[in-house]
Design a protein around this ligand. Structure first.
Ligand SMILES: Cc1ncc(COP(=O)(O)O)c(C=O)c1O
Length: 480
């Protein structure tokens, strides 16, 4: 059969991917009922199910096939995916840095996928780009940036950090000639996504200095400046300092303003990782803790942490927006129609071209709930962390520093026996109970338990469940 024949045959088959109105209603009603069941069950679902099904088992259902069993698909998701491992939607998730999962963000994703707006390029979707740029302006104002900054809605904090580090590299003209003499300053609390960004941008050839911290895990600015001065005297090229506005490990906040002042004095780029802590700028207490953040050259924040969105939302901000554009914009012949009097496009401010329209997942929850509710909820997280800090001390646990934001480190030191072993057993017991989930860290070979309070569903009830569990655990193991 020739091509015309094949085409005619295919035409006669009259296949379509378009669901009928009835099918669409069917899918949506099934999804609605799935969602309702999920929400009804959530308060009693285990926060962590350590024993899942074997991932090695043959799964017939995963075979690609044509099925009209949409309910079977939902059952698979429920039984094989949602029921295993960590339950990030649970208010009992107090580990790592909890994410969110606002329902309205899911509606935003749905709508963005239906129309599939080409949000990377202003020419293609001026409305989508305008909305995202407005959100960037809103976030910029929260951190205290004024005119001239620019940014990008990314998939999360790791990519946001990568964009910022590449912008710093480009702006400070680090190249093969000077890379080995160039110096980056971090602390032991720097997130590993930044170490990845350093690798990905080829900056791992630089000298990377880990600056000493005080007892709250904050960078010692005297030590930082002294090292910069010594490096300059030795003919090196200090060009980048990375600080924390809420480290993942212990929630540490560096002296942001002082670091910016030192960076400015010696010509360094100051990048602030505020992935976890940034949206606490919506609270009065947070603004005090993160004072001076607006002096930084670049800042990242994660709406899928501090704005309670489901995973897939980060923000990078660069104070001098042109520097961001210069680091990323790239011409191409086939893109010539898109050049003109348009808003700045995400494609010119990040490595991505085609990308999901991320604005709706962030804008719809903000429109529906209003900003004040987010501020209140964040205030509640700060207070809950302090509440836990006081109560856990009263139970006889040793603690880390007073929480700068909402991460608390604690451990029990028994009068006899090995403290690390004791605390490892305690966390295993908590996970076994499945009621709440916490995570752990090791600092200088000392094993710590940690809670991070950030889920919008975490209330005093969940914190009390953990405190009650730890109290019972201590009583049960008959600690002297
Ligand atoms: C302080 C900090 N920076 C960066 C990241 C990386 O962000 P993401 O997981 O969104 O890629 C995280 C993640 O928890 C974080 O807590």
């Amino acid at each position: 059969m020739d091509e015309q024949g094949i085409l005619k045959k295919l035409d006669e088959l009259n296949f379509t991917f378009e669901p009928s109105e009835q099918e669409r209603k069917h899918y949506l009603s099934q999804i609605e009922s799935y969602t309702s069941k999920f929400y009804d069950a959530l308060p009693n679902l285990p926060t962590y199910s350590p024993t899942g099904y074997s991932t090695e088992s043959e799964d017939d259902f995963l075979k690609v096939e044509n099925t009209d069993d949409f309910n079977g698909i939902l059952t698979y998701i429920n039984e094989r995916i949602d029921a295993h491992g960590l339950q990030p939607a649970s208010g009992g998730h107090l580990g790592y840095i909890p994410g969110g999962g606002l329902y309205e963000a899911a509606l935003g994703d749905y709508l963005a996928s239906v129309s599939n707006q080409y949000s990377g390029v202003s020419y293609a979707s001026p409305g989508a780009v305008r909305l995202e740029n407005s959100l960037i302006q809103w976030v910029g104002k929260i951190v205290g940036y004024t005119l001239g900054f620019a940014g990008n809605l990314t998939s999360g904090g790791s990519i946001a950090n990568l964009i910022a580090i590449n912008t710093a590299k480009h702006s400070k003209q680090i190249n093969s000639q000077n890379v080995r003499k160039s110096v980056i300053y971090t602390t032991q609390q720097t997130h590993h996504s930044l170490l990845k960004a350093i690798k990905l941008t080829g900056l791992d050839e630089c000298v990377v200095r880990v600056i000493a911290m005080d007892e709250t895990f904050s960078m010692l600015t005297n030590a930082f400046e002294k090292t910069v001065v010594e490096d300059l005297q030795n003919g090196l090229n200090p060009f980048l300092v990375i600080s924390n506005a809420g480290s993942t490990d212990v929630g540490a906040v560096d002296p942001l303003e002082d670091i910016s002042n030192i960076a400015q004095k010696h010509g360094l780029w100051h990048h602030v990782d505020a992935a976890y802590g940034g949206f606490f700028m919506l609270t009065e207490a947070g603004r005090k803790t993160l004072k001076g953040i607006e002096k930084a050259d670049s800042i990242i924040l994660d709406p899928h942490k501090g704005l309670f969105l489901s995973y897939g939302s980060g923000v990078v901000l660069v104070k001098d927006g042109l520097k961001l554009k210069n680091a990323f914009s790239q011409e191409a012949n086939y893109m010539q129609d898109t050049v003109g009097e348009y808003d700045w496009s995400p494609a010119d401010l990040s490595p991505e071209l085609s990308r999901p329209f991320r604005g709706l997942r962030m804008w719809i929850p903000l429109k529906i709930h209003g900003v004040a509710k987010f501020s209140q909820c964040l205030d509640e997280k700060l207070l809950l962390a302090n509440y836990f800090y006081v109560k856990i001390k009263a139970l006889g646990f040793e603690t880390g520093p007073q929480p700068a934001l909402s991460v608390v480190l604690f451990r029990y030191v028994p009068s006899d026996g090995e403290a690390n072993d004791f605390n490892k057993a305690a966390v295993a017991n908590i996970h076994h109970s499945c009621k709440v989930f916490i995570s752990t860290t090791s600092i200088d070979n000392v094993f710590w338990l940690r809670v991070a309070i950030l889920s919008f569903r975490t209330k005093r009830k969940e914190v009390d469940v953990l405190l009650g569990h730890l109290k019972d655990y201590l009583a049960g193991v008959k600690v002297k």
